[in-house]
Design a protein around this ligand. Structure first.
Ligand code: ARG
Length: 585
């Protein structure tokens, strides 16, 4: 199925060329979908932007464009409004045919990218050896959404977790493992059955109470980096232990199973080549014994260029060096077209800097896109970074468990009110899906750049822009198919639109493709949430005003198709947010 917006874009571009010549072929028609029926369904704002180059009045430009427009196969004659907007209104038979095609397509008519791009999404990348806490929530949830949207659009997506698995924090755990389990057999057992949190706590206790232990831990780091086989062995066990504990949480959060762990250690062998390359391209400068690249646009308080240290005077490498090696590897070996990173905004400078150095070193071909999607903090209701009562970051497991428990209480209260009985397994499943969905939705529905306040009450509210609300909207549509005993997917019928609320819903349904394109470009999942929220509102209005099961044919079947399209769009949209729908709640 062709995207209506893209088709319009092509037509306006053709009209621009016909009216003003070939040099306007690449001009952006500045098309937007309008949510106000008074102005039609789409609006092109290009006339205003051409006033200067054409030295013409925008209304005259708009007139000339519209005289050259060929859209009569799917639009009413375009109208010119205000200073020079061109307004388009879709023809009813076109809308009806699009909806029918959408209904017959298992992708809801959304085309796949052609050609697909090879894209690495770099997430969720926690630092190994420490229990996951609330700070790890956002990269997992946001990164997963990017990966799902890009994959659905047909791209070849590689999910790569750049886990911190090298360096100082490991010394403590390695030293502890070696001290507590000197026998290899016992060490193997402990690391394959132990739990990371307990392990970490015990190691930390030894570290804080014993100076000798501290020194052993420091030595362990040195030995690790020198490749001592026993220490490497212990390091491997610590990594395994961490991965196992992450996976438990990832599973609960619906995080992809095919994430590739390529920790910082993976790039070790490629670090010297980074330095050599920088040397060759003339970017490397020795400063105070360290190897640096002086940055453009990053200065200290005296206005002097800041250095990025890529090799310390003791020969050690930094987080930045590893990321430079990763960019090089991904471009040269993985042959990517795009890399998408998502981390807390605190790392914005880091990414701006490594992108700059990679570009100045000529590692990044013009065709490769480096995208960085920063996100804000998770705040507690006191407006400060979310912390547990003891002042530490809240363990993620605890947060998820609480969401599930609270949702369970809500469900039990609701069932009691409705005098319904359900099995324990049913209630628990709903609680897990809704509770976890609520946390994810609350995160994704905010503009990711802002901080957001974590509130169970708000995210579990059945009435707001929340996961429970969206999931419930889906269940209601399914309820119609149950009570009318109709198999929605098997409907074969023409769509006939007559009522205003049907038109509003229909037009919204047709915009899913554009929204997904936007999310893929701007990396803002909240647009998808907003779209889905508006969809359920428009659906509710339609449902209030138009009888479905009680309507006469052909309206009855046509409306059932609208119900089905709404349900499938909700299901698809939520799944791209990493949230599974439920058939009953
Ligand atoms: N492990 C890092 C951290 O916990 C995040 C890594 C993000 N990705 C990257 N390529 N630097 O802060």
């Amino acid at each position: 199925m062709k995207s209506t917006l893209n088709e319009l874009r092509t037509r306006v571009q053709a009209a621009l060329v016909a009216a003003f010549g070939d040099e306007y072929r690449e001009s952006d028609p500045l098309l937007v979908s309008t949510n106000n029926p008074k102005f039609g369904d789409y609006q092109a704002n290009v006339a205003m932007s051409l006033a200067k180059p054409l030295k013409m009045n925008p209304r005259a430009i708009a007139t000339q464009i519209s005289e050259n427009l060929e859209v009569s196969d799917f639009c009413e004659p375009p109208a010119i409004a205000g200073p020079g907007f061109i307004n388009f209104k879709l023809k009813t038979d076109y809308l009806e045919a699009q909806l029918k095609a959408m209904h017959g397509s298992d992708r809801l008519g959304i085309a796949k990218a052609n050609p697909p791009a090879k894209i690495i999404v770099d997430y969720p990348s926690p630092n190994i050896a420490k229990e996951m806490h609330v700070g790890h929530l956002r990269p997992a949830v946001i990164g997963e959404c990017f990966a799902r949207v890009l994959e659905f659009l047909g791209h070849d997506v590689m999910k790569v977790s750049h886990v911190g698995d090298w360096g100082t924090p490991f010394g403590m755990l390695i030293a502890y493992l070696q001290e507590a389990y000197p026998e290899p057999q016992a060490a193997a057992e402990a690391s394959s059955s132990g739990d990371l949190a307990t392990f970490y706590r015990k190691a930390k206790k030894r570290f804080d109470e014993d100076e000798t232990f501290k020194e052993t831990a420091r030595q362990a780091v040195v030995k690790l980096q020198a490749g001592d086989p026993d220490v490497l062995d212990a390091w491997e066990r610590v990594c395994q232990l961490s991965k196992r504990s992450y996976r438990k949480i990832y599973d609960l959060l619906n995080i992809a199973e095919d994430i590739i762990d390529r920790g910082e250690s993976f790039y070790n062998p490629f670090l010297p080549a980074v330095i050599e390359d920088l040397q060759e391209s003339g970017l490397l400068v020795e400063d105070d014994g360290a190897q640096c690249v002086f940055l453009e646009g990053f200065t200290n308080k005296d206005g002097e260029a800041l250095p990025m240290i890529v090799q310390k005077s003791n020969g050690g490498y930094n987080y930045s060096t590893t990321d430079l090696a990763a960019i090089r590897y991904r471009i040269n070996e993985d042959k990517v077209d795009r890399i998408v990173y998502t981390t807390d905004a605190g790392q914005s400078n880091h990414f701006a800097q490594i992108f700059q150095v990679a570009r100045r070193a000529n590692w990044v071909p013009e065709s490769v896109e480096l995208s960085y999607a920063p996100f804000g903090l998770v705040l507690g209701e006191n407006g400060k970074r979310l912390k547990s009562r003891s002042g530490e970051a809240v363990p993620l497991q605890e947060l998820l468990d609480e969401a599930i428990a609270r949702t369970r209480t809500d469900i039990e209260t609701r069932l009691e009110k409705e005098e319904r009985t359900e099995s324990d397994a049913f209630i628990q499943n709903v609680a897990e899906k809704v509770g976890i969905g609520a946390i994810k939705y609350a995160d994704l529905s905010q503009n990711r750049i802002s901080d957001y306040t974590f509130s169970f009450d708000r995210m579990l509210d059945l009435k707001g822009n929340t996961a429970p609300y969206m999931l419930y909207a889906y269940v209601r549509v399914q309820g119609i198919s149950r009570s009318g005993n109709v198999d929605l997917s098997a409907l074969e019928a023409d769509v006939t639109l007559t009522e205003e609320s049907e038109f509003t819903l229909a037009k919204h349904l047709l915009q899913m493709d554009v929204v997904l394109e936007e999310v893929a470009t701007d990396l803002l999942p909240n647009r998808l949430c907003q779209y889905l929220f508006e969809l359920s509102q428009k659906y509710n209005q339609f449902y209030d005003r138009c009888p479905v099961l009680k309507a006469d044919e052909p309206a009855r079947t046509s409306r059932l198709v609208l119900c089905d399209l709404t349900a499938r769009t909700l299901k698809l949209g939520l799944s791209l947010l990493g949230i599974d729908v439920l058939e009953r709640m």
